[in-house]
Design a protein around this ligand. Structure first.
Ligand code: PMP
Length: 378
């Protein structure tokens, strides 16, 4: 199938270097990294060198990283685990602030704490998809336990003003959690100023099913585990650490670090070419997020008067992109991101989401623009 894949916000293709490095760990080098024998020791060494690669990518210390099954689990531990730690340690702050455009795993984790006496407040965003700093400042008070704002939004690609969010939170003594799933490997981003941050391997050309939670060694409150078992990952995330996935993640992190500048320039160039071609073809579209504040390679556009689902349907097997409305478990729901940005249901239904990745070519994006243009009906 020769489908052009431009849905890198959903998942990125596996880097060949990661695939190659993972292969022996599925069979020839099988070993549980927690086993005391030689094979176990080799697996454990591989896990630790992957951890070091990931730490280097985000300018952190290896000991500040806990492997999880992905960013969803990292978000759950960061938010629920921190709330449990506050309850247990008698730390009496009970307000959790999340931006209105966070991933569902952040929003739902925070909402799950309401029954335990926590107050969850959503910080509004602007029409361009940026957290409204003035309104955020008004929400943060001396009761605020945590502020959780994503680095890059997964539906519209907007880059959040994280440095300012950190300043505001710090001034009130609140912890900062950053869902960095869509930023790592796509933007230069050091984690030194965060208390907690979530990473997903399959958004950075690594395998699915693995991710990590960064927990700053300088943070004043360490999350408690949200599940229990054999004590792996310092007891914070029990369960056998999946050596092949971690090895693939580590290599993907190394490649992402080495290629960061090249990848960013490539992705930005492709996105610009796709939009230029649409203009050349006189296809009417509007950009939801201006180029200056979106992650390189990301495009969120709407075709006025058109239905994105129908366009995607007509593009069919030739083009893989997403509609603006989030599709959760096969069900189409209105996107909470676009609606928080102030878009009407109609505008949201006109929106498509694209991400041009490392492996896309100039030829593919030009072809994609032509397919899109052809798929639009007057
Ligand atoms: N946060 C963001 C911003 C995401 O884009 C995603 C994936 N769509 C997640 C969290 C969940 O990541 P994972 O698939 O690794 O659980």
């Amino acid at each position: 199938m020769n489908q052009i894949y431009l849905d890198g916000h959903s998942t990125t293709p596996l880097a060949p270097e990661a695939l190659e490095a993972m292969t022996p760990w599925w069979h020839a080098q099988t070993g549980n990294p927690h086993s005391p024998h030689f094979r176990g020791m080799l697996a454990s060494q591989a896990v630790e060198s992957a951890r070091a690669e990931l730490a280097e990518l985000i300018s952190a210390d290896s000991q500040e990283l806990v492997f999880t099954s992905g960013a969803t689990e990292a978000n759950n531990i960061a938010i629920r685990g921190t709330a449990f730690a506050a309850l247990e340690s008698g730390f009496d702050r009970r307000r959790i602030i999340v931006s209105a455009i966070e991933h569902k795993s952040v929003l739902a984790s925070a909402a799950s704490l309401k029954g335990l006496g926590f107050q969850v407040v959503e910080a509004p965003v602007t029409r361009q998809g940026l957290v409204d700093l003035e309104r955020l400042a008004g929400l943060i008070d001396d009761q605020t336990l945590m502020v959780s704002v994503m680095a890059v939004n997964n539906e519209v690609g907007s880059i959040q003003p994280i440095a300012r969010v950190v300043e505001l939170a710090r001034a009130a003594g609140a912890l900062v959690h950053v869902d960095a799933a869509q930023a790592v490997g796509k933007l230069p981003l050091g984690f030194t100023d965060f208390d907690l941050a979530s990473i997903s391997s399959h958004k950075v050309y690594g395998p699915m099913g693995i991710g990590a939670l960064f927990i700053s060694s300088a943070s004043s409150l360490r999350p408690l585990p949200v599940q229990f078992g054999g004590g792996q990952e310092s007891g914070l995330r029990p369960g056998t650490v999946p050596t092949p996935l971690v090895v693939g993640f580590g290599v993907a992190a190394r490649v992402a670090r080495e290629r960061l500048i090249v990848d960013c320039a490539h992705a930005a160039g492709l996105a610009a070419s796709l939009l230029d071609e649409l203009r050349l073809l006189q296809t009417k579209f509007l950009e939801n997020v201006p180029e200056t504040i979106r992650v390189p390679g990301s495009i969120s556009i709407r075709f006025p008067g058109q239905n994105a689902m129908s366009i995607i349907g007509r593009a069919g097997h030739r083009l893989a992109i997403s509609e603006g409305s989030a599709c959760n478990s096969g069900q189409i729901n209105e996107s909470h991101v676009l609606s928080a940005m102030g878009y009407t249901t109609q505008e949201a239904s006109e929106t498509v989401r694209i991400y041009c990745s490392r492996f896309n070519t100039q030829h593919e994006v030009i072809e994609a623009a032509r397919i899109l243009s052809e798929s639009i009906r007057d």
